[in-house]
Every structure is written in C-alpha cells, then in structure tokens.
Design a protein around this ligand. Sequence first.
Ligand code: BJ8
Length: 423
Amino acid sequence: MSDYVQMWKDLGMDLETHDNLCQVLPTAFGDVYLSQENRPEGMNFWDFVVSEIHGIRPSELLEAQKKGQKVFGTFCVYVPDEVVIAANGIVTGLCGGSQFWVPGGEKVLPKSTCPLIKASVGARLDRTCPFFRIADMYVGETTCDGKKKAWEILGEDVPMYIMDLPQMKREKDIQKWAEEIAAFARKVEEFTGNAITPETLGAAIHTINEKRKALARMYEARKSKVLPISGKDALLVMQIAFFDDPVRCAQMTNKLCDELEQRIQDGVSVFPAGTKRILLTGTPLAIPNWKLHHIIETSGAAVVCEEMCTGTRYFENLVDESQTTLEGQFMALAQRYMKTNCACFTPNTGRIDDILRMAKEYQVDGVIDVNLKFCCLYDTEGYTVEKALKEAGIPVLGIETDYTDTDAEQLRTRVEAFVEMLG
Ligand code: BJ8
C-alpha cells in the first residue's frame, strides 16, 4: 500500500501510527484467510480489496470528490443509502473493527464503552483511517446511548447529521421514520446541491435492491449441505459491501455466486461432510474483526449464517420499487428499514423469529450468541434469545468478547467444548 503515502499525507493522516496498522494487517489477513484451503476463485477480488483497503477505494472516493461528489460516512444499517445515491452522493461505512483504534477512542470515551464505538471514534481522532478523513459528512443515528454521545464528540471535528430512529415499531413509528427519511433527503439535497427526484430515488432504490439480492444469493448458497464457501469468506464479502461501490459489489458477488452454485452442483465443499453448522447472532463484526469466525472454523465447525448487521440484517427485505412519488418512496424505504430487527427496539420479538427461522433454513446444529463487551442492548436481549433457542431445543452458547486477543484461548476452549457437545 506504499503507493498511497502521498494521498494519506494529503489527507492529514498520522503516517507513523498508520504504518503500524499497515504492517500488522497483511499478517493477520494471511493467518486467518490465506491459510484456508480450496477457497473459491471469486474470492480473489475481495482479497485484493483487503490488500489495498486503505488505498484503492479511498483513491476512488477522492477522485469522485474532485468531480464534485460528496461522501457520506455511516455507522448503522438503518441509514438509507438510497437517499444519498439519489443525490449523486456516495456512502461509505465507518464502523471500526480493530483493537488498533480502541485506545484512541478511550482518550475521550469511558473505557466501559463498546469497542465498536471506541474504535470508530479513535480512528477519526487519531487520524489513522482514510475513510474517516475523506467523508464530507457523517450520518449518525439514535440507536444506542454510547453512539448518541459519541456523535456529540465527533461533531466537534466533522459535520454530523443525526437521524432520530424510533425505538418501537407501531404504525406511527413507521410514519415518523418516513418523515425522518424525508428530512434527511432535504439535508442531502442541500449538502450536495443536487435535487432528489422520484426518478433518481427510484434508480437508487433499484441499485441497492440489486446489491441486496446478490448478497442474499450468497447466503442462499450457504444453506446447502455442500458448503461452497467458508463463513470467514462470506463475512469478508459482507464487511467490504459496506465500503464498496454498490454496483460493483453486486456484480462481483453475483460472479462469486455463479461459482458457488456450480460448486454445490459438483459437490465441492470447503468443509468435510458432517462438520457442525453454526449460526452466529448478535452484535456486528466490523472489518477487520475476524476473531470469532476464525476460532469457530479452526475448532471443527463452520459458520453458515450471521444474524447480524454484517449479515442478514443488511440485505433481507427489499424496498418496494413500484412507488412513483417521493412521498410513496420515503414510506416504502421506511417500511423496509423498519423490518430490520436491532436490539435497540422494544419489543424486538422479530429478531427471535428471525433466529429461529434461520436456524431451520440454514440447517444449523447450534447457535452462538455473541455480544461485544459493554453493549448493554444485545447483552440484555441475550436472555430472550437464549431462552427461545433452548425452548426450541437448539443448543446455544452465549459469548461476550472484545477486539483484543487476550480471551482467544479461553474462547477457543469454550467453542471446542460446545462443538464437541453438538455430537
Ligand atoms: S442496527 S446493531 S448497526 S445500532 S454494539 S454500537 S448497539 S453498544 S452497532 Fe448497530 Fe445499527 Fe443496531 Fe446494527 Fe451500540 Fe451495541 Fe456497540 Fe452497536
């Protein structure tokens, strides 16, 4: 990635500290990813993107900015990309998934904040992530308390717009979310200088639906008894999907899926027959958080599905494309986004239904409920999740972890015992 040094300098990044990240990432990626056997050839694209993660996409974003496009950084799957794209803007994910950024976040946040928030704030304030430097505006949302307060700190440093997400799913809440999306659209129009019309919003809705369909197709392949792709590889595709151009992302995912479907037909599996199938549920796994997948898949099991925002919550449910007015489209967006089941909602029974449904669809042997340390929402909801699974006779293991490696061996012991218990 050394070709990008000048770009990072121009972005005002702390090059010395950033160098440390550039040194450890390839080794971590090699250990976790390149050690796998029989990977689909279609993964070459995603490997390439990771190898250039702080170079290739950031330089594309800078080129787009030179042509007048605005870049919006987001942290949550409730923020509708479609609205930004309709105004010729670009969306990039900004969640931090590495311990590398956590100490930077702890300079301003309580230590008892979840690592995802600490890493995101640290990446910005320590100037060690180009995406955080490039985004012209950040879009936050009122999901959890930690994030709400973090926006106030980030807002001192960068233009910040916050969407007020309802915490219940009554008719009036969906209506309120449609109004919130309409207000966001006005802000985006003002910030980009481009009008959003039913035509541009309709086209953007179609683009993002196509990306959702491609990701859903990859997950469909993971339902097969013949597993054509590892959980680690599928996770990588999901993580990059938050950063990549949506049209290219759909194209490359569909290309990968052609190969996966062929593999299923030919009986080519990346795991031996009888490998235990695990559904992961819980808090998101932002790039480069590959810790739990790696532990599970080197402990005799395979991750076949993630009921997470870096998983099914990102692509399930399409937006109705038949609306022809902005009002109708904002409501269609609100209806689709409010079908996402995050623990910040009460009640959140839809998530329990999803988990039970997915356990069947993906033919899982057991579920691991993973919670990022200090995420009170998912930690508390773990009670309901685990109770429902036990009642359904599905083995479940609850895990709490962070981005450090200090608990890796302890986690491995627990995961191995769980897999063994699955028989
Ligand atoms: S829709 S999961 S992306 S809010 S893990 S920061 S909740 S303390 S990330 Fe999330 Fe949107 Fe929900 Fe998904 Fe807070 Fe919990 Fe941390 Fe979290």
